[in-house]
Structures are given as structure tokens and as C-alpha cells.
Design a protein around this ligand. Structure first.
Ligand SMILES: [Ca+2]
Ligand SMILES: [Ca+2]
Ligand SMILES: [Ca+2]
Ligand SMILES: [Ca+2]
Length: 483
């Protein structure tokens, strides 16, 4: 264990350390510090919004309950884990320990607080189907100002969209689950049944509909990923539970299904951190990486032993803080996966930064491109020209539906505004890279979701992506995680 929930809590409570540290019983500690907040931060804490989102997804909250959580959190705390409040109110939802919400320490854990909110909101929504999101919030919060929640719906939607984007960060891991050299597609339903379906590549299509490879893996709010964690040539599935358990589960591929879920780590990528998979030490077994994605910007690694992940070790001190889009890929072709971050600012600040793996740590951050994946674009990492070095691709996923790429030279990414495809990935669709035809060059894949649930592939020629061809006509529904 490298960090404990208690340590996190202590960090959150810095402003009141003396009172908390000196008073062990929960209630008396709380009573010592019941003060109105001197002020509430004007902006939200992205770690809090991400946790609220993940917890709500974990309970399969519908859109209304999800929105209600963000309305309530904004009204009560501007989505901050406040160690203070009116009377005995605490935390993101300003819950009161003396009104049956839990102990003060529990309420100051945003996972616990979100769980309390969401479970009550789901019940209220079920019992009152005609309620607005704000009325659901009031039903849970019982505020003296019941109209405030619906009034902040627009702000809540903005924060919700940001949290959903953070939770869907996924930029590069192999998906050849049957080990035939062609990447396949997977979908994790992430609902109550938590099924995992696979459609293997035939080289010109993804075959099979409703072929279940696992019947309970990666529930809502978890991060589903892939990688060959035991080095047998078949990619396995990995899920980061986040929340307060920090568990990481693996299910090994047999070539035709995934075996039983096994816990390979019990404290990695907790809370709002971003988990990823890649072979950072080049031993043929995929390891796990987590970006704390907060102002500290730490990066931890846990190496695969083939049967588990070892202890979490810090491999970088500052990389991909919140707002940036972290990814993993072997950009210099030495066999060891490196870390990449897209800063995603406006055109003047859309840099791509790389830190190369030494096998035991990530080296100094280096800028490899200074204009790529602007704003809300969706960046991905993969070897699109088949030279063994991972390249970068960005999808606008808007009405232009453009796809730009820059190829690795081993010391930088070359090419600015070089379009590799001019119509691929519309708004709401999910793009990915995969070597669908097994020629060694990564192709573009898009899951349309929406009403059609199609999957299109644009084959790489090494210098461009061909027009999209439909490889599957029903795979990956709305709300599912597709890779
Ligand atoms: Ca494997
Ligand atoms: Ca490894
Ligand atoms: Ca490398
Ligand atoms: Ca390449």
C-alpha cells in the first residue's frame, strides 16, 4: 500500500489538522470543528466530480439521478470536499453526521458521501418518476431552499460532461484477445450484468454477435482496459475499480473466453486517478500505470509478475495533471512503453509531452509536438505506419469528422495538420486504434453507438487511413465501454 484513504483524508482536511488529529472519536472531532465555512471555493475540484461520476455509474444511475448529483454537489459545495459547513454539514453534499448520514470521517470520504447520495436518489427517483433532477436532489437533501437545484442545471451539465470525458480517457492498449495477430473488439456493458462481449477480427470484419467472453467483469464506474498481463500472446482484460477499494482485477484470455476474475492488486488508481495498461519494462508482460491526474501529477507503476502486479512505485514526479489527456505507448520503439500526455489547450497550448521509459522509471518530460489534439479532440496512440514506434492520432469527432496524425521519428512526432482521413468519427462516437487486419499498421476504428451501433474501420496504408468500411453492424451500445 502506498497511500491510504486516511492519508487522503488528512490531506483534504489540512485546514483543520489540529482539531482532527487531536480528537480520535469521530463525533467529538466533528463537534470541535462545526463551523460555517469561511468561504466556498468558486470553482469545482475535478477529483471530486470524477469520483461522484464514477460512483453514480457504479450504481447504474440514470441520466436524471446523475444530473441531480451534480446539481446537489454544485449547490452545496461547488463540488468540493468541504471540511466545514452550516451546523454539522460536511463534505461535497454537506451531509450531517448527526442526521444519520454516517460519521464525520465517512462523510469526508467523497466515495462514501457519493454512495449515500446516489443510493438515496435512485430510490427517490424510482418512487417519484415525474420528478425533475432538481426535485430528486431536494428529495435527498431536504434543503430549506428547494428550488436551487434545478436552477443550476446548466452548470451541472457542464461539470458532468467534463467528468464523463475524464472517466472515458482511453488512449492505447492492444485488443488481440485470441492471439492471432489481428486486433479484436470488446464491449463491457458496465451495467448490472457487467457482461463482456468480443467480436474477433477475421481480417476483413469483426465476427459474431452477442458472443459473451465474461459474464461479470468491470461494473459501471470502473475503467476497463486490455493488455497481455501474463505474456502468453493473448490480450487479457483488466479493470480498475477506483472508488475507495482501489482494487485491480484481471481476467486472463483463454483464446475463446476470459477466465475467472482475479484480484491482481488491492490499492492502485483509487478515487479519481486514471489507470492504464502497458509493458513499461519490456519483459513481454503488460504492467499497470496510474496517473494521479491532480495538481501533484504523480505517475505510479506496478509491474506484472505474470500472476499479479507488484507494489506501486512512483515512476514520475509530475506528468499529466488534471485537464490533460494521458496515454501509454512505445514511442521510441525500444520495446518499453512510454507515457504521453496531450495538454489539450487551445491551439497555442496544445502540446504533446513524452517521458520515455528507462525500464525502471520514466525519464524527463520532453515536448514532442506543439500543436496536436486541440481542445475537445480525442487523441489516441498507436503505430499507424508499422515502423515499431507508436505514433499519435487525433479525432475531431464533430461535423468535420477529421482525423489528423503525426508519426514518431523516435525523438519527436512529425507532421502538423496532416490529415489522414477526412470523414471518420462524428459527435458522440468513440474512436480507437487497432491493427484490425494484422498487417502491423494500426487502423482507425469507430463505435458509432447511438441508434445504429455500427463499427467502422479505416485501414492504414502507412500514409493515410482508407475510407470507413462497416465491419460490424451491432456492437457496443450507449453507455457501454468499447475498445
Ligand atoms: Ca494473456
Ligand atoms: Ca512488463
Ligand atoms: Ca519506449
Ligand atoms: Ca510508427
Amino acid at each position: 500500500m502506498r497511500r491510504t484513504p486516511a492519508a487522503l483524508l488528512a490531506a483534504l482536511c489540512l485546514t483543520i489538522t489540529a482539531a482532527v488529529a487531536a480528537a480520535p472519536p469521530a463525533a467529538s472531532a466533528a463537534q470541535d470543528r462545526i463551523l460555517a465555512c469561511p468561504s466556498i471555493p468558486s470553482g469545482h475540484d475535478p477529483a471530486v466530480t470524477t469520483i461522484v461520476y464514477r460512483v453514480a455509474r457504479g450504481f447504474n444511475a440514470d441520466d436524471k439521478v446523475m444530473l441531480s448529483a451534480f446539481e446537489a454537489g454544485w449547490v452545496e459545495s461547488h463540488m468540493n470536499n468541504l471540511p466545514c459547513g452550516d451546523k454539522t454539514s460536511l463534505g461535497v453534499f454537506q451531509q450531517r453526521w448527526d442526521y444519520g448520514w454516517g460519521t464525520a470521517e465517512q462523510i469526508m470520504d467523497p466515495v462514501y458521501a457519493s454512495t449515500q447520495y446516489v443510493t438515496r436518489a435512485i430510490t427517490c427517483d424510482r418512487n417519484n418518476p415525474g420528478y425533475s433532477a432538481g426535485q430528486v436532489a431536494q428529495c435527498v437533501q431536504r434543503s430549506g431552499f428547494p428550488d436551487r437545484y434545478d436552477q443550476v442545471a446548466a452548470k451541472a451539465r457542464t461539470l458532468l460532461a467534463e467528468a464523463a470525458r475524464t472517466a472515458s480517457i482511453a488512449a492505447g492498449s492492444r485488443t488481440d484477445v485470441n492471439g492471432d495477430g489481428r486486433d479484436d473488439i470488446l464491449t463491457f456493458t458496465q451495467n448490472a450484468s457487467a457482461d463482456v462481449y468480443v467480436a474477433p477480427s477475421t481480417g476483413s470484419a469483426f465476427a459474431g454477435t452477442s458472443v459473451k467472453w465474461h459474464d461479470f467483469f468491470s461494473i459501471g464506474g470502473e475503467t476497463a482496459s486490455t493488455g497481455d498481463v501474463n505474456g502468453d500472446g493473448k490480450d487479457d482484460v483488466v479493470t480498475f475499480a477506483h472508488s475507495n477499494t482501489g482494487d485491480v482485477y484481471v481476467a486472463l484470455s483463454t483464446g475463446t473466453s476470459f477466465g475467472a476474475a482475479q484480484k491482481w492488486h488491492d490499492w492502485f488508481a483509487p478515487g479519481a486517478e486514471i489507470g492504464a495498461v502497458g509493458d513499461v519494462n519490456g519483459d513481454g508482460k503488460a504492467d499497470i500505470i496510474t496517473f494521479t491526474h491532480n495538481p501533484a501529477g504523480d505517475v505510479y507503476v506496478a509491474l506484472s509478475t505474470g500472476t499479479g502486479f507488484g507494489p506501486g512505485v512512483k515512476w514520475h514526479e509530475f506528468f499529466a495533471p488534471f485537464g490533460e489527456y494521458p496515454a501509454v505507448g512505445d514511442v521510441n520503439g525500444d520495446g518499453k512503453a512510454d507515457i504521453i500526455t496531450f495538454t489539450q489547450g487551445p491551439a497555442s497550448a496544445a502540446d504533446v509531452i513524452v517521458a520515455l521509459s528507462t525500464g525502471t522509471s520514466f525519464g524527463a518530460a520532453q515536448k514532442w509536438h506543439d500543436l496536436f489534439a486541440v481542445g475537445a479532440e480525442l487523441p489516441r496512440v498507436g503505430d499507424i505506419n508499422g515502423d515499431g514506434r507508436a505514433d499519435i492520432v487525433t479525432f475531431t469527432c464533430d461535423a468535420d469528422a477529421d482525423v489528423y496524425a503525426a508519426v514518431s521519428t523516435g525523438t519527436g512526432f512529425a507532421g502538423t495538420t496532416v490529415k489522414w482521413n477526412d470523414f471518420f468519427c462524428l459527435a458522440g462516437e468513440f474512436p480507437y486504434l487497432a491493427d484490425a487486419n494484422g498487417d502491423g499498421k494500426d487502423d482507425i476504428v469507430v463505435f458509432t453507438k447511438g441508434a445504429t451501433n455500427d463499427v467502422y474501420v479505416g485501414i492504414s496504408t502507412g500514409t493515410a487511413f482508407l475510407g470507413g468500411a462497416k465491419w460490424h453492424d451491432f456492437f457496443g451500445l450507449n453507455g457501454e465501454a468499447t475498445l
